[in-house]
Design a protein around this ligand. Structure first.
Ligand SMILES: [Fe+2]
Ligand SMILES: [Fe+2]
Length: 266
């Protein structure tokens, strides 16, 4: 027996949701993951998530949802986040913030704890993710060996620091937020699967999921520009992580990268 997690990077807008819906059945056939976790911070028009999208994700077979700095972008999040037991927002927001940063996902082979943390480099100030990680790991390990941390951060250095900080203490540290998949997936020496960024699932020909001409205009003029989520063809980025059921540590991590015109299910 093996514990297998499919983790899908930031799903951006309608195009990203379409990509997820298209790819999930085939990925389930191929990999048969026990747990499917997705980052949903950009799922609603590129900004946040709403209740109907959460429901839709669950209907498609998603077991848990992680978020990030865009958690609060849709006002209705405040109406449902406290009730949503399988959706996590960054745990290192100040005490009293709505929602939760840790959730337990029940699967056939046991429980997977999912944790969301947000970095502090090039992102708004927030409580220390490293101290918060220690606090949560201590709590979680009393209940389950299977722990996935989505570290939502901008700086590659901060993400690497978190990977090494948690090596041997959690099953996996996967980075999100930059929307660009990094080619540095590995199992660290003490058994934690790591990748700096899983990459995004959404519009392929925009810039990080946004319509590209407006982003280019912003860079070229430095004037305020309104960004809108892009349309068109999708690309899909995810990782598959296998855990040793006895230890909860990782045996392997594999990158998945697909394109609407190039479905690779080798
Ligand atoms: Fe994102
Ligand atoms: Fe983000």
């Amino acid at each position: 027996m093996i514990i297998r997690i499919l983790f899908v990077g930031d799903i951006v807008g309608a195009v990203g949701r379409k990509a997820l819906k298209t790819c999930l059945p085939r990925l389930r056939d191929k990999y048969n993951p026990g747990f499917i976790i997705v980052n949903g911070e950009n799922a609603a028009g590129g900004r946040g998530i709403n209740a109907s999208i959460v429901k839709e994700f669950y209907e498609w077979g998603v077991h848990g949802i992680t978020m990030g700095n865009h958690t609060w972008d849709q006002k209705e999040i405040f109406d449902f986040i406290d009730k949503e037991e399988r959706l996590v927002r960054p745990a290192n927001f100040p005490p009293g913030t709505p929602g939760r940063g840790l959730a337990y996902i029940k699967g056939k082979e046991g429980e997977l704890a999912i944790v969301n943390l947000q970095g502090r480099t090039f992102l708004p100030p927030i409580d220390c993710p490293f101290r918060k990680a220690d606090e949560i790991v201590e709590q979680v390990r009393k209940r389950t060996r299977y722990v996935l941390v989505d570290f939502h951060a901008e700086a590659t250095s901060e993400k690497l620091a978190m990977g090494w900080h948690l090596d041997g203490k959690v099953s996996a540290v996967v980075g999100t937020h930059t929307h660009v998949q990094t080619n540095d997936e590995r199992v660290l020496p003490q058994g934690t699967a790591y990748v700096t960024d899983v990459g995004m699932t959404g519009p392929r020909d925009g810039i990080l999921g946004m319509e590209r001409t407006s982003v280019m205009q912003k860079f070229k003029t430095s004037l305020p520009v309104r960004f809108v989520v892009d349309e068109g063809k999708w690309h899909f980025h995810a990782v598959v992580i296998d855990l040793n059921p006895a230890t909860g540590l990782a045996q392997s991590i594999k990158l998945i990268r697909m394109d609407e015109e190039q479905l690779i299910f080798e």
